[in-house]
Design a protein around this ligand. Structure first.
Ligand code: 5AD
Ligand code: SF4
Length: 440
């Protein structure tokens, strides 16, 4: 008798932290390893390979990673053939250190090298430890297999990666590298391919997506071209920088019906002094003027943003300016974060705001943003919206999907089907979602 595992396909467990781009990357990594015979599993105990796709944007990313890795020790002891890999931005920033501190790690791969995973996996199977955190000249997407697995009517499409903006607090320009845009022809092919598998809504991803520029296309022209793809009914994009909201993109919000009335446009702070220290290269007023133009093009647009509180040097007055900007705009939703010093960024050299003060500001900003979100949801009650069904709800006869404004909506619709775009009437606003009934 041996306790060897039954022969069968190798199993891959992926844990994903961070942004949508990491979600997209994890899918592409699963597909890439799928081509070498891996199938997904959702338990570590069952896995032949565990990949942790990390995020470095805010604090404790590496602590979290090291504690995740520590927790894998028993699994590795139980199954010495288990391979452990680290991907994503922490891999990029701290790959060598991870290898040194964690002997159980077999593989470290940075975000630009995912197409090399099959070859790295083969080396790992041969007993080597493999690390690749280069920014290779070739485009990883040219070397990743075509997308096959489709789980629903919505999909992410990475159109741009990297960032040249160098906000003083941010690691992205270091971990993801310079801005690179994928050629429009490739994106159109990928979109057609996704549409043929039932995808109706695409969210175009990029760290600085509205800086998209390739082969004479900017983001607006790309959106207009994707809108013509048969089967694609809805488009969104994120994340954008205010300085790249060009006229044609704003115009597209007014005249491209496939472009959904939703814009995530981070401002980070409402204080000009802090914006300058953050190296944002715009004032609060510049930002508000961009929003005015977007709202003129699409009056019902839902606006969202990111805010950082407790950036070095932020006074009560600066924070008040942020609250005042939020009151002026009226956000449908927004994220707010306590500043965390990221090693290697210019702001990390500056003295921190007192932690308790930053915590109090975070609570205050979150209370204001939640109240605005709630008011926005309540204002939807009684209105008709279109919902793209993503899955069946937990209650019988219920479907769940997103409205044009990206509100999650639970619809009473006993005959609804996944992938259907349904006209519904909103009947109530519940925590974080809307309830609705199907219209004939
Ligand atoms: N500290 C806190 N928040 C940060 N973000 C980026 N870097 C930091 C940091 N060092 C936030 C910004 C950005 C979002 C993705 O994460 O608000 O828009
Ligand atoms: Fe980071 Fe966004 Fe600033 Fe780029 S624009 S440096 S990704 S916060």
């Amino acid at each position: 008798m041996t306790d060897a595992k039954p022969i069968g396909p190798k199993k891959l467990f992926i844990k994903t932290y961070g942004c949508q781009m990491n979600v997209y990357d994890s899918e592409r990594m699963a597909e890439s390893l799928g081509a070498t015979g891996y199938v997904p599993t959702d338990t570590v105990e069952d896995a032949d390979m565990v990949l942790i796709n990390t995020c470095h944007i805010r604090e404790k990313a590496s602590e979290k990673l090291f504690s995740d890795l520590g927790r894998l020790r028993p699994a590795k002891e139980a199954n010495p053939n288990l391979k452990v890999g680290v991907a994503g931005c922490v891999a990029q920033a701290e790959g060598e250190e991870i290898m040194r501190r964690m002997p159980l790690v077999d593989l470290v791969v940075g975000p630009q090298s995912y197409h090399r995973l099959p070859e790295m996996e083969a080396r790992v199977q041969g007993g080597e430890r493999a690390i690749d955190t280069e920014f290779p000249p070739e485009d990883k997407f040219d070397h990743l297999p075509e997308r096959k697995a489709m789980r629903g009517p919505t999909a992410f499409l990475t159109v741009q990666e990297g960032c040249d903006k160098f906000c003083a607090f941010c690691v992205v320009p270091y971990t993801r590298g310079a801005e690179v845009s994928r050629p429009p022809e490739r994106l159109l092919t990928e979109a057609r391919n996704l549409a043929s598998r039932g995808v109706r809504e695409l969210t175009l991803l990029g760290q600085n997506v509205n800086a998209y520029r390739a082969d004479g296309y900017g983001l607006a022209r790309l959106i207009r071209a994707l809108a013509k793809v048969e089967g694609i009914d809805r488009l969104r994009y994120m994340t954008s920088h205010p300085n790249d909201m060009e006229d044609d993109l704003i115009a597209a919000h007014g005249d491209c019906p496939e472009l959904m009335p939703y814009l995530h446009l981070p401002v980070q702070s409402g204080s000009d002094r802090i914006l300058k220290a953050m190296n944002r290269k715009h004032t609060a007023d510049d930002y508000l003027r961009v929003l005015d133009r977007v709202r003129a093009a699409r009056p019902d647009i839902l606006l969202t943003s990111d805010f950082i509180v407790g950036f070095p040097g932020e006074t009560d007055e600066d924070f008040e300016a942020t609250l005042s900007l939020i009151r002026k705009v009226g956000y449908g939703m927004a994220y707010s974060f306590k500043y965390s010093a990221r090693p290697g960024t210019p702001a990390a050299e500056k003295p921190n705001v007192d932690s308790a003060v930053a915590d109090a500001r975070l609570q205050e900003i979150q209370a204001l943003l939640s109240a605005q979100q709630r008011a926005g949801q309540e204002a939807m009650v009684g209105r008709e919206v279109d919902v793209l069904y993503e899955k069946a709800g937990r209650l019988p006869g219920q479907m769940v999907g997103k409205s044009q404004h990206l509100h999650a909506v639970h619809v009473t619709d006993p005959t609804g089907k996944v992938g259907e775009l349904a006209r519904v009437r909103v009947t109530a606003a519940v925590t974080n979602s809307l309830a609705a009934e199907r219209l004939a």
